[in-house]
Ligand binder design. Structure first.
Ligand SMILES: [Ca+2]
Ligand SMILES: [Ca+2]
Length: 371
């Protein structure tokens, strides 16, 4: 049937098939792209074919890895990394190029070739700079950097960037600072510097950074850390910090206080069972009252408030949170079902459901290990 020669000019990158037929002396073609998108062509002559109309433009509803951007190119979608980043398969995310600056609100930084050994003579400086009302928190999830006294050979250093000079928040190498893997700026800019010498390598480091407003609203990721500005050094005086963690309806929030150091008597952390200070108070804490470090909301929000006064500042607050979904659809061949908060006590007024979807003609076994 196809007897006409076609030369198609199109930016569409993925074809599924092309159908042409000859009528009189003209060639009429349409191409079917993958994901069931159709692009019609009008052929002017047997040797001259071009795209004239795009009858259907249906972005394919796929998803990209975290931190990648989805670009729709006709019917096809492509996952790409934002400017100044490259795709790092081990962490399945876009990581910052060496010596890049970014205003991204969150992202990943890893040493060259992580988790394989980093090279000698490396010097990478990453600058994070957000709008004036934010501060940055970075959590170093993995670190293997050649030991040396004062980290003088290989080092990872993190700075709070200020107009009157940078403050070093943390310095990492093996055997040093291992308890302070989460640090926060007071300013809207963080500088991360990784430097190596001429010999002996380690696997390097992986870190996740994120900016927070002084009054932060957190809806993702599902698990993370909150830290007061300046952590683990001093928080600013005369300031008001709050964090509102909110999940989808039916979810609830759990919070674990990992460290709390504030001025006794004059400063407190308040935790509310809702998204504002007018909801039920779960805790009114000072530095001495961390005997109950775990809190859970009954609804889908938890609100944390810390107000500092004009004198005597300390390291502040470090906590981990989790947004627990309570209505869950499970797929796959096996998995675990646990009640929210397990092995801690579940909270009151919960109504959770789990739906298990499998292929037709399969049987689902359910075994209870603990009730
Ligand atoms: Ca070295
Ligand atoms: Ca104070």
């Amino acid at each position: 049937m196809l007897s006409c020669t076609t030369q198609v000019t199109t930016t569409a990158s993925v074809w599924k098939s092309m159908l042409c037929h000859k009528m009189n002396l003209n060639c009429f073609c349409s191409i079917i792209l993958t994901f069931l998108c159709r692009l019609d062509l009008v052929v002017v002559s047997a040797n001259e074919t071009f795209c004239s109309t795009q009858s259907t433009l249906t972005p394919y509803g796929g998803s990209c890895y975290a931190s990648t951007q989805c670009i729709t190119n006709y019917c096809d979608n492509v996952c790409v990394c934002p400017v100044n980043t490259y795709y790092h398969s081990c962490t399945a995310s876009c990581v910052l190029n060496c010596n890049a600056a970014t205003n991204n609100p969150s992202g990943q930084i890893v040493s060259h070739d992580y988790p394989y050994n980093y090279p000698n003579y490396e010097l990478c400086m990453w600058t994070l700079r957000g709008t004036s009302n934010v501060y940055y928190v970075i959590s170093i999830s993995y670190m293997d950097i050649e030991y040396s006294y004062n980290c003088s050979l290989d080092s990872l250093k993190i700075y709070d960037v200020k107009p009157n000079g940078n403050t070093q928040l943390a310095m990492f190498c093996n055997g040093k600072d291992t308890s302070k893997h989460i640090v926060a700026t007071t300013s809207n800019s963080m500088l991360v510097v990784f430097k190596t010498d001429h010999s002996v390598q380690g696997r390097g480091f992986s870190g996740y950074y994120r900016s927070f407003a002084y009054n932060a609203t957190i809806t993702e990721p599902r698990r993370g850390y909150i830290a007061s500005p300046g952590y683990p050094l001093k928080y600013p005086g005369n300031s008001y910090f709050s964090w509102t963690i909110t999940g989808t309806p039916g979810s609830f929030i759990s919070l674990i206080i990992l460290n709390l150091s504030i001025e006794n008597t004059y400063e407190h952390i308040n935790i509310y069972d809702g998204d504002n200070i007018n909801t039920r108070t779960l805790a009114h804490m000072d530095s001495n009252s961390v005997s109950q470090p775990v809190f859970m909301s009954t609804g889908s929000s938890l609100h944390i408030v810390f107000r500092s006064d004009s004198s005597f500042e300390y390291s502040g607050l470090l906590a981990s949170y989790e947004i627990n979904e309570c209505q869950t659809i499970l797929t796959g061949t096996s998995g675990d079902i646990v009640s929210p908060g397990y092995p801690l006590n579940y909270v009151e007024n919960l109504s959770c459901s789990w739906t298990v979807n499998t292929d037709p003609n399969t049987i689902i076994f359910l075994r209870f290990d603990y009730i």
